[in-house]
Design a protein around this ligand. Structure first.
Ligand code: AMP
Length: 402
């Protein structure tokens, strides 16, 4: 069974075609500048790829070019559309409605639409991606929605409810949802396999550290707490997001600089975090390079970040009454040895002991155990694979296995 995985953004669309019988990726690619002009980058696994500027007024135009690329004589990986069996979509916000992945029908589309106020930037783009696929592939072509928020739906009320008047939850479902759920789900399940123990008896802390970052507490295979909230702004300081701050800061800036709440939130989302502290970059590679040259602010930004991750690890150990494994994943977690070392520094007293050599020698992009043999909790590096989870869920749902 071949599954096309689609991640539609406001002006971009990422795709991967999986052969799920052979467990391989046949091709992947990216459409950019949709609605502006249009560019496709297509990379088949065993053939030469191509880049082309093609007019993409809409996402449907982009999907047509993706299908053309996948069946192309020279760069294609399947003979015809008939060899694509289903599409799986990444959908950011499923609100309180979606606790797991679902087969898309009109009711599901309406429900995703109802979640737009919770995910105003992403959900409209995700919907456009789904509707464009239906337009190009036919209304009855099987499509599955996989929600970034679904993994967090197992959190107990004490973890997900904000201490604000209850009517805001009753009326608008304002609560902690959490994001990166597909990633936390994938790496926590993989950690259990690496430990050779059932997930149902493990306490795992998953640190998804990238441009956007979040930490989850996964107990007995279920998410019991996570750092992001109603939106991805809460929790850790990130590349350009502030993470958790005193909400009174918003009013303070708004009054002192005559800015609307919306404008202040834009600053907290786009101009804060590592970029805001340093005024230089949101990319940890740049921060390390500048810190080594003596830029104190860049070092401070790194310290603020690792201190925050460390605090979440402590908090989630308390929440779960222990931990069996701490997992690092995503761009920073998988690649940045210095950040991993910094996060784990001084945690030996909690049974989390990093092996400096194993950490330094862990090859990039592969799984690794980087804790000391004597460490009570294992420290793992696990490359995330959200697309694979989406493809697997799609197969399960389309074959009615779920
Ligand atoms: P992601 O959002 O998961 O794609 O992660 C992107 C971030 O990962 C970038 O902003 C970088 O800060 C970081 N990153 C990627 N590669 C490396 C690397 N080799 N070393 C350190 N950081 C990296």
């Amino acid at each position: 069974m071949n599954v096309l995985v689609v991640n539609a953004g406001s002006s971009s669309l990422k795709y991967q075609l999986f052969d799920m019988d052979k467990n391989t990726v046949l091709a992947k690619g990216l459409c950019e500048r949709i609605g502006i002009d249009g560019r496709i980058t297509h990379s088949p696994a065993d053939k030469e790829g191509f880049k082309a500027d093609l007019p993409m007024k809409t996402h449907a135009d982009a999907i047509k070019y993706v299908i053309d690329a996948l069946v192309d004589k020279n760069h294609g990986v399947v003979k015809s559309l008939k060899e694509i069996d289903a599409v799986g979509h990444r959908v950011l916000h499923g609100g309180a409605k979606f606790h797991e992945s679902v087969l898309i029908d009109d009711k599901v589309l309406a429900a995703i639409e109802e979640c737009i106020p919770l995910g105003p930037l992403h959900n409209p783009a995700n919907l456009t991606g789904i509707r464009s696929c239906a337009e190009v592939l036919g209304k009855d072509f099987p499509q599955v929605a996989v929600f970034d928020t679904a993994f967090g739906m197992t959190m107990p009320e004490k973890a997900f409810l904000y201490a604000i008047p209850h009517r805001y939850y009753d009326d608008y479902k304002i609560r902690r949802y959490g994001f990166h759920g597909t990633s936390h789900r994938f790496v926590s399940a993989r950690a259990a396999q690496m430990l050779g123990r059932p997930a149902s008896e493990l306490k795992i802390i998953t640190c998804h550290l990238g441009n956007g970052s979040s930490v989850s507490a996964v107990k007995n295979g279920k998410c019991v707490d996570t750092s992001m909230g109603l939106t991805p702004l809460e929790g850790l300081p990130m590349g350009t997001r502030s993470g958790s701050i005193d909400p009174a800061v918003i009013e303070f800036i708004s009054e002192h600089e005559n800015k609307s709440a919306k404008e202040v939130l834009r600053i907290l989302n786009k101009e804060s975090g590592m970029l805001g502290i340093t005024g230089k970059s949101s990319d940890f590679r740049d921060l390390h390079a500048e810190a080594k040259k003596g830029d104190d602010r860049c070092q401070l930004a790194i310290d603020i970040f690792t201190y925050a991750v460390r605090k979440y690890i402590g908090a989630y150990m308390a929440a779960m009454e222990g931990v069996d494994a701490v997992v690092f994943t995503a761009g920073v977690g998988e690649n940045d040895r210095e950040i991993r070392a910094d996060v784990c520094k001084g945690l030996d007293f909690m049974g989390i002991s990093l092996d400096e050599d194993k950490n330094s020698n862990a090859p990039r992009g592969t799984e690794a155990v980087i804790s000391k043999d004597s460490s009570k909790a294992k420290i793992l590096v696990i490359p995330t694979n959200e697309e694979l989870v989406i493809a697997k869920d799609t197969v399960d749902i389309v074959l009615n296995r779920k």
